[in-house]
Design a protein around this ligand. Sequence first.
Ligand code: FES
Ligand code: FES
Length: 124
Amino acid sequence: MHVGCEHGVCGACTVLLDGRTARSCCTLAVQADGAEIGTVEGLAAGSRLHPLQEAFWAHHGLQCGFCTPGILMTVQEMLADNPDPTDEEIREGLSGNICRCTGYQFIVDAVREAAAVLRADRAH
Ligand code: FES
Ligand code: FES
């Protein structure tokens, strides 16, 4: 587990449980029993980065990177629910993930681009 605050506030530990975000620091093993668990380690396909990772790289969507695994998982859920979010919706969707480095603008830029890439992928 990627540990931050350990009491459900920072979002750094966010994983997907059956496609929905969960704070792993506040989740008991028994609650995850039988669930499919998604973590940042599962995003890339071998050496090929996921479009979200590519976009964060291209737009400098991270500095220290501590918040990044949780943010990427949160964005996975966000884009599954809303493939074309506005900047305001992206900021709202990330309101439970604290980043103390970036000021969020580059993260928003990265999410917007990743959303466009994923929409184009789906169209083909
Ligand atoms: S470690 Fe901060 S929310 Fe889990
Ligand atoms: S990049 Fe450092 S906390 Fe977000």
